[in-house]
Design a protein around this ligand. Structure first.
Ligand code: 4AD
Ligand code: MG
Length: 506
């Protein structure tokens, strides 16, 4: 069976393709079908001269998403998206699809999510899932090439890794014995690192996030490397190499998919530059507009953004009005369709501009009044990264707002050796990492201070009793990264079947 992605090997040859009808158009004596088979899309031309009358009639009745088998000649055609078209000689219908719920018109997010099992077939979702697949391979490639051992942490656990607030609990056989779905594989990865040296996990994590945001899922995947004898600086060097490698690798291998998503190439053009490393306190200064970055001030930049948005709003509104006046006149069908789709596009842009015009003043306020000592919210991360064109690494965080296992700075114990990596363009935190507390007494004190039950951490503290070593690691949010690379507006589009507050189906 020939795959559409392999058509370049079959130029001027006859092939048989099996797939589904993505779109179709018919004229009097000619019909066009865009066939998709999962590996790609190809335009198929059905000319009455090349097929029987019977087959041509059948082709005209074929509906969107019907499954068919087409045999024909592969012809080079630069104007087609894949560079080839199929001149059909034979059509076999496998199944005529009922009217497809996701037809041409635009649908709201709830409708699409209720039909996720079918929405997956659309070109953008297809492209995102293929990038997800490549990203997974690139991640394994990076670590396997560097002597890391892939290991697995349990999903059912008896202790909380990241604090107790967002746990999914369940009963473990016996009444009163609670188990939790793992929020992170880290603690177990630490134990494995003491056995294997350098390890990484790649598994599902569960967090009961009782709010719906564009960046949170209840079930997501995380990559968690853990390295014995690494301090925070080595950890940050590794994170930087890792992110640069996976972004570059996916960019090289997923050109077709990125084009299908209209992803602009800004990210990929700048990713080779060093990632700035700034402390939490420096980041706060920048967010509050008390410190400049390359001559840019966070507050002024946002005020300029707002002015630009408002100017664009006026222009867009005028353009919509003008086009709508034109549409009232008489014109050919082609011209009307063109103008109508122009209006639709402008209206979509207008909606986004209006949203920005509402949000930016709120962001400016949250920037100016940022309370030193607190964790960053999405608008703060957005502002901070707005001033750079690469990811930004923020390290040396206040101990009070970070997890119990992070190592304190010996000479500045109110701060811990942790790092968050923030992606530009509003995608926000993609990595959280740290050097781990390797001193038994300090760690025990921290467990108590966080009101965590000491007994269940007995095994974890053992790692500090038997050959304790400095060690570090980090967690990369897999869906956050897919979102960033693909430019998806919502994390829900980055996983085949998203789970989040309010959604368990399909
Ligand atoms: O910063 P977090 O909570 O760090 C940890 O879990 C550490 N144990 C990692 C480690 O050092 N081994 O989570 C790490 C990353 C975040 O930066 C974010 O990208 C992602 O996981 N993440 C989520 N992604 C989607 N939905 C959620 N609810 C997420 N929570 C965290
Ligand atoms: Mg974090």
């Amino acid at each position: 069976m020939v795959q559409i992605s392999d058509l370049s090997q079959y130029e001027e040859q006859q092939v048989t393709l099996k797939g589904w009808v993505a779109t179709r158009r018919t004229g009097g004596k000619i019909a066009f079908i865009t066939l998709r088979d999962g590996s790609g899309y190809v335009e198929c031309v059905i000319d009455l001269q090349n097929v029987s009358e019977e087959e041509f009639e059948a082709a005209k009745r074929i509906t969107q998403e019907s499954s068919i088998i087409l045999t024909g000649m592969v012809i080079k055609n630069e104007r087609q998206s894949g560079g080839y078209e199929l001149q059909v000689k034979k059509i076999e219908v496998v199944h005529i699809a009922e009217e497809f719920p996701l037809g041409k018109k635009e649908h709201g997010p709830d409708f699409l999510l209720n039909h996720r099992h079918l929405w997956l077939r659309s070109k953008k979702q297809w492209a995102i899932l293929r990038i997800r697949n490549q990203l997974k391979m690139s991640i394994h490639h990076f670590f396997q090439d560097r002597g890391f051992i892939q290991t697995d942490s349990p999903i059912l656990t008896g202790n909380a890794a990241e604090g107790t607030s967002d746990l999914f609990g369940t009963e473990f056989y016996k009444e009163g014995v609670e188990a939790y779905l793992s929020q992170s594989g880290q603690l177990y990865a630490e134990a494995t690192a003491m056995a294997m040296g350098k390890v990484y996990t790649f598994g599902p994590c569960f967090r009961a996030e009782k709010s719906v945001t564009p960046r949170h899922l209840s079930e997501f995947w995380m990559i968690e490397p853990e390295m014995a004898f690494y301090d925070l600086d080595m950890d940050m060097d590794l994170i930087e190499d890792f992110i640069r490698f996976i972004i570059t690798d996916v960019f090289e291998k997923c050109q077709t998919e990125l084009k299908a998503l209209d992803r602009d190439t800004f990210l990929f053009e700048h990713i080779h530059k060093p990632f700035p490393r700034i402390t939490y306190e420096e980041a706060v200064d920048i967010i509050r507009g008390e410190r400049e970055v390359n001559g840019k001030n966070a507050i002024t930049v946002q005020e300029e953004d707002l002015a630009a948005v408002e100017a664009k709003l006026t222009v867009t509104k005028a353009e919509i009005e003008e086009t709508e006046v034109l549409l009232k006149g008489n014109m050919k069908k082609g011209k009307r369709n063109y103008l109508q789709s122009k209006v639709d596009k402008l209206k979509k842009e207008l909606k986004q501009l209006e949203e920005d015009a509402r949000n930016i003043p709120l962001w400016i306020e949250s920037s100016k009044n940022f309370p030193r000592g607190e964790d960053f919210g999405a608008p703060n991360e957005r502002v901070l990264t707005r001033l750079f064109d690469t990811p930004v690494m923020v390290y040396k965080w206040p101990r009070a707002i970070k997890a119990f296992y992070m190592k304190r700075y010996p000479d500045d114990p109110e701060y811990i050796k942790g790092v968050d990596v923030l992606a530009p363009e509003g995608f926000g935190e993609v990595v959280g990492g740290s050097e781990r507390e390797d001193d038994l007494e300090v760690l025990l004190a921290s467990i108590r201070a966080h009101n965590l039950p000491e007994e269940v951490f007995q095994w974890y503290t053992d790692l500090r009793r038997y050959g304790s070593v400095p060690h570090s690691g980090f967690g990369l949010g897999f869906e956050r990264t897919v979102m960033w690379i693909t430019g998806a507006k919502h994390i829900r589009q980055t996983i085949p079947f998203p789970r989040y507050y309010g959604r368990l189906f399909p």
